[in-house]
Each structure stands twice: as structure tokens, then as C-alpha cells.
Design a protein around this ligand. Structure first.
Ligand code: SF4
Ligand code: SF4
Length: 389
């Protein structure tokens, strides 16, 4: 995906009845369309072929430890926010065979699966998830150790972003400066507008490919009224956002407060289940397992998502470095909001709120950060010489 500026094609409007032409254009161009759909009482991203596969008329009620899919009362196509599992599962799969070995009477053959680009069109990517994909790109591509599998899977992904027309109860993208509007990293960005007698999308191309696809969908150049409608919807969404994080010097705040009493408090509640890391769109840690069949003739080396909340994650000879719940929670939060900056030049959190919704005991990162900031207990070793005197 190559971003080009400035774009000669203006922002346009597409009527709701023509949304399926966009799907057809993507399919005609060889893309597997992946978008939101309803399954077992939740929204998941999966293969879809038309807008009637999508959660039309649904929204989600989300709060700490709470998620409920409910009917909205209108015919909105994107009247919800994020799905529990992000787009990460397509780019960095939960399980991946790295190599396979087969033994016969005289020899052992080792094969590695062919790495191939996948032509996927992600439809309905929220701005926070665009930011998360950009974080994963930094980790897997723009680092000294490129993950060639990730690079191949990512190389031909077409992104249709959707600006948020409402904030979920756990969102805080405004604080993390990742939303509620998409500014980069998309091929097309849509804003859904529902009026009394009209339902349409304001569509902005972000790349050459996006512009080409948009040209094949019936559209009209957006007028001032339509552009203003999209803009004021984004303003309303930003105002709705109930959760906030003060990010001022946040990296230093956490490294300087590694002995804060709050870590012990949160450890009394944390179950170390790892849900927060599984749903997080930027958590990328994995482990390796070797498995054999019963005959012992076939073995596979599998990469699986892992979590810094497991004891095994920090196991080295002699035991686990982070054996206490406190040290594992502190490691996770400090990596997300502090050491990630040193490692990758960006925050590891994009403010999607998934870890808050899906924590079974309702631990809320925004509350934990607030508690540490409101009562800083700077480590003696990090106090300046003057302060110590
Ligand atoms: S913070 Fe919540 S989701 Fe994360 S490991 Fe602890 S209990 Fe599980
Ligand atoms: S830490 Fe929580 S809010 Fe931040 S990106 Fe991960 S899941 Fe989303």
C-alpha cells in the first residue's frame, strides 16, 4: 500500500444501496473481503461477500468486563465499534506451522510452508486498529529482524477504514491520538451518515488503489453539507468518549514508579488469564512448540501466541523471572505504555479498550494509570541527586 499526497480525486459520497458495488469491485479485483459479521452473540471479522453479511442494525454495549450485542433501532452498517479479536489474527496468526519433518526408513525430510502474499481486503477497520496495524508493521517489518511471513501477509492488504460514529464505553482513542477519525494507513476511509430520508457514506481515497476502486462505484463529489455532517459526527464521537489517559511523560511515569503500591493492589485482582494480551491488537509475543504424531515419524514446529502473563513466558534456566502476579501485570502495563516507546518509537497502546472489556475481573488500564499518576511513589533509585539530599 503506497500513500500518495495530495490526491487529485476529491472526497465523494456513495449511497447505501451502492455499498455492495464496492464489495463487488473488491472481489472483481481478486480480494477476499474480510469484514465484521455476527457470530455467537459477538462481532467477528471473517470472510464476507456482501453488506447483508454484516451486523446491520447492531451495536455493542461495552464496559469494564462487560460486552453485549444489541439491536440499534436503525439500519446502520457500522453502528458498533471493534470486534473482540482484532485484524491481528490475519496478519500474525494465533498458530502457525514453521516447519514439518517426516522420517522414513532411510532419511528425514524437513519442509517449510510456502510463504505467499494473501490478497485480503479488510473492510471496517477502525482508526485505532489502523494505528495497531501500523504498530505491528514497525515490530515485524521495520525492525532489524523482519518477519517474512508477516511481510508477505501484509503486502497485498487493501484497507477500507471506517470512521467511528459512536464511542464504545471502553474506548480512549482520543487520549492515544489514534481516533476517532482515520488520517493515514487506509486505501479508502468511509464515514457512515444516516439522515431522516437518506443513508450514505462519505468516502475518502487514501491511495492510488483506493481511488481506482472508488471510481468503479457509483458516486458523487461530496458537497460542503455532506463533509460537515461527517466532521460533526466525528466531533460528537470524540465528545462521547468517557475514558481518558493523561499521556504526559507516561514512559517515565511508569519506569519511575516500578515500586508503586498500586502494583500490589492490582495483583490481588488479576487472574493472570492473559485475556488482555490475546485481545490486544498490538501484543505480538509468541512461543514455539514441537509436536509429533503417535508414530513419531512426523513432527511439526508450531508458533503460537503467548502472553507475558504466563509463568512459562519468562522461564529461563532455573525458573521464571516474573514469578509473582504483580511482576507480570507491571511488565505488561509498563511495556505497553513505557518501554514500547524505547523499543519501537511509539506507544504499544492505541486506546481500543479491548483489554478493559474482556478482562473477567474488570481491571481497567485507564484506572491503573490514573492511580499511579495521582499518587506517584518514585523509586528511590530514580530520584535525582538533589531530591535525595
Ligand atoms: S488484567 Fe484481567 S485480562 Fe489481563 S491477565 Fe489480569 S485478569 Fe486477565
Ligand atoms: S492495551 Fe488495551 S486499550 Fe491498549 S491497544 Fe491493547 S487492548 Fe487496546
Amino acid at each position: 500500500m503506497k500513500t500518495k499526497e495530495p490526491l487529485p480525486t476529491p472526497t465523494v459520497t456513495i449511497e447505501r444501496k451502492n455499498l455492495d458495488v464496492l464489495f463487488s469491485a473488491l472481489i472483481k479485483n481478486g480480494y477476499n473481503v474480510i469484514g465484521p459479521t455476527v457470530r455467537e452473540g459477538a462481532i467477528v471479522y471473517d470472510l464476507i461477500t456482501a453488506s447483508n453479511n454484516m451486523p446491520v442494525g447492531y451495536t455493542q454495549e461495552q464496559n469494564a468486563g462487560k460486552y453485549k450485542l444489541v439491536k440499534h433501532g436503525d439500519q446502520s452498517v457500522f453502528g458498533f465499534n471493534t470486534a473482540p479479536l482484532s485484524w491481528k489474527k490475519f496478519l500474525h496468526p494465533p498458530t502457525l506451522e514453521l516447519c514439518h519433518s517426516h522420517r522414513d526408513r532411510n532419511s528425514v525430510t524437513i519442509t517449510t510452508p510456502k510463504i505467499e502474499p494473501q490478497k485480503h481486503a479488510f473492510v471496517g477497520v477502525r482508526p485505532c486498529d489502523l494505528a495497531a496495524i501500523s504498530v505491528l508493521d514497525k515490530v515485524f517489518i521495520a525492525s532489524p529482524y523482519t518477519d517474512v511471513g508477516y511481510q508477505a501477509r501484509r503486502s497485498d492488504v487493501f484497507i477500507v477504514a471506517v470512521n467511528c460514529g459512536q464511542a464504545a464505553g471502553t474506548c480512549f482513542c482520543v487520549s492515544m491520538q489514534t481516533g476517532p477519525g482515520a488520517t493515514k494507513g487506509f486505501d479508502i476511509a468511509l464515514t457512515e451518515i444516516i439522515e431522516k430520508d437518506r443513508h450514505y457514506f462519505v468516502a475518502e481515497p487514501g491511495t492510488d488503489q483506493g481511488e481506482t476502486i472508488l471510481k468503479s462505484v457509483p458516486h458523487k463529489e461530496a458537497n460542503i453539507y455532506e463533509l460537515k455532517a461527517a466532521e460533526s459526527q466525528l466531533e460528537n464521537t470524540a465528545e462521547q468518549m468517557g475514558r481518558k489517559v493523561d499521556t504526559t511523560n507516561i514512559a517515565e511515569l511508569l519506569t519511575n514508579n516500578s515500586d508503586h503500591a498500586r502494583w500490589q493492589e492490582v495483583a490481588k485482582r488479576c487472574l493472570t488469564c492473559g485475556n488482555c494480551t490475546m485481545v490486544c491488537p498490538t501484543c505480538f509475543c509468541s512461543t514455539i512448540e514441537d509436536v509429533t504424531d503417535l508414530s513419531g515419524d512426523n513432527a511439526s514446529r508450531i508458533r503460537k501466541w503467548d502472553s507475558c502473563f504466563t509463568l512459562g513466558f519468562s522461564y529461563i534456566h532455573g525458573g521464571s523471572i516474573r514469578s509473582s502476579v504483580m511482576s507480570r501485570y507491571r511488565q505488561w502495563l509498563t511495556h505497553k505504555f513505557s518501554s514500547w516507546h524505547h523499543q519501537f518509537g511509539t506507544s504499544g497502546c492505541v486506546g481500543c479498550g479491548r483489554c478493559i472489556t474482556w478482562c473477567p475481573v474488570a481491571i481497567d488500564v485507564t484506572e491503573e494509570l490514573k492511580a499511579i499518576r495521582s499518587n506517584e511513589q518514585t523509586n528511590p533509585s530514580t530520584k535525582s541527586t538533589k531530591e535525595k539530599q
